[in-house]
Design a protein around this ligand. Structure first.
Ligand code: FAQ
Length: 337
């Protein structure tokens, strides 16, 4: 019997051990196939194909990094929020994003990579995070546009991920989505207040929507025919809908909500296609998307630099926590002896 993906095979094995390992892989694959067919869940200790593990680790770690880097554009406005109440709300929102990063790093760790390794990859500039966070937040209205459009796109993408086949990821998404709903509403409310303010405030809101609209649409990833991971990811019940499908749904949601705001979306080609029953939008600049992914977006360098500084500034906290944990272990050993 052939060993399928060497997952359970140590370096040197006797023929009997090799046979047993191959049997474990065959049984594991059969269980995995059953779980996929039943649309049930894989848990950390279950056997899983090496490529499934790799792809999950890729997506979840990128997602975690996005939450952490995503704190920066808004944290930048905490000290400049127009009132104490706005400051408190924004601070709570930014803290929530840190929490999302932590749930996601924890979920990713169950797949066998340590948080330190993931963080090292991020600060070395080797890991991806969402393109959207490489754009600048220029005015207070951008806090509204980020909440409404960016968190709105995040919810649209993440609600289906609550049903992801990997248990720790799906469960983390449930809580994340609840918090993202609050974030989206606070963004909508900021824009609503500005849109109903002076002509200058309304213009500021419109300008922010104009700048964040296209980058928010690109958050859903490249068009389906240029999305190398989608096919497997959907076959494995990680992604439930394609990038274009979710982008189209999002446009439909925004079209309704922008009317309530009394603003417009900067896209004259939005229309509902009666034949396909899908929302369509105007062309997006995919070259810009590729540039941002290649590290050449407006704020890529700044975001990474800030993350490195924060990591260095936090070294004493990590060292203190490690020293305290070591002390506790020693105490327990002494107590046991
Ligand atoms: N940015 O084959 P696909 C948030 C990469 S959280 C950067 O289509 P896939 C909350 C992709 O990784 C926002 N890279 O990939 C918040 C792949 O590269 P790889 C983050 C992107 O995985 C709000 C390559 O392009 N959300 O906003 C992007 O099937 C406010 C080919 O793409 C998530 O991460 C992009 N936009 O689909 C926080 C959700 N799009 O890995 C603070 C979970 C694609 O092969 C403030 N992730 N790429 O080297 C997903 O749902 C999926 O991973 C997609 C991409 C849909 C992002």
């Amino acid at each position: 019997m052939a060993v399928q993906n060497l997952q359970s095979v140590p370096a040197e094995l006797s023929p009997e051990e090799l046979e047993a390992a191959a049997q474990r892989d065959a049984d594991g694959q059969a269980n995995f196939d059953r779980v996929m067919a039943e649309d049930s869940r894989i848990e950390p200790r279950d056997w899983m194909p090496a490529d499934y593990r790799k792809s999950l680790l890729r997506q979840i770690s990128q997602h975690a990094h996005s939450e952490i880097i995503g704190m920066q554009p808004e944290a930048n406005w905490i000290s400049r929020a127009p009132s104490l109440k706005r400051k408190a709300i924004l601070m709570a929102k930014v803290q929530d994003e840190a929490g999302h990063g932590l749930y996601l790093y924890s979920a990713a760790e169950t797949l066998g990579q340590s948080r330190d390794e993931m963080m090292d990859a991020l600060i070395a500039g080797k890991a991806r995070y969402s393109s959207i966070f490489n754009y600048p937040a220029r005015t207070w209205a951008d806090m509204g546009a980020i909440g409404w459009l960016v968190d709105g796109a995040a919810i649209c993408n993440q609600v289906p991920l609550c049903r992801a086949s990997y248990g720790p990821y799906g469960r983390a998404m449930v809580r994340v989505c609840k918090e993202e709903s609050f974030h989206q509403r606070q963004g909508f409310e900021i824009l609503l207040e500005l849109a109903n303010g002076t002509a200058e405030q309304k213009q500021m809101a419109q300008d922010a929507v104009n700048r964040w609209y296209a980058p928010a649409l690109m958050m859903f990833g490249p068009p389906d025919d240029d999305s190398p991971n989608s096919r497997e990811s959907m076959a494995w019940n990680i992604k439930r809908f394609s990038n274009d499908e979710l982008r189209s749904r999002f446009v439909g949601m925004m079209v309704e909500q922008v009317r309530v705001l009394g603003l417009t979306l900067p896209d004259s080609e939005i229309r509902f296609n009666e034949d396909t029953k899908k929302w369509e939008h105007g062309p997006l600049d995919w070259n810009e998307f590729k540039e941002v992914l290649a590290g050449r977006g407006p704020c890529n360098a700044q975001r990474l630099e800030r993350r490195r500084e924060a990591h260095d500034d936090g070294a004493w906290v990590r060292e203190s926590a490690a020293a305290y944990a070591a002390k506790q272990v020693n105490k327990q050993k002494e107590y046991a002896a």
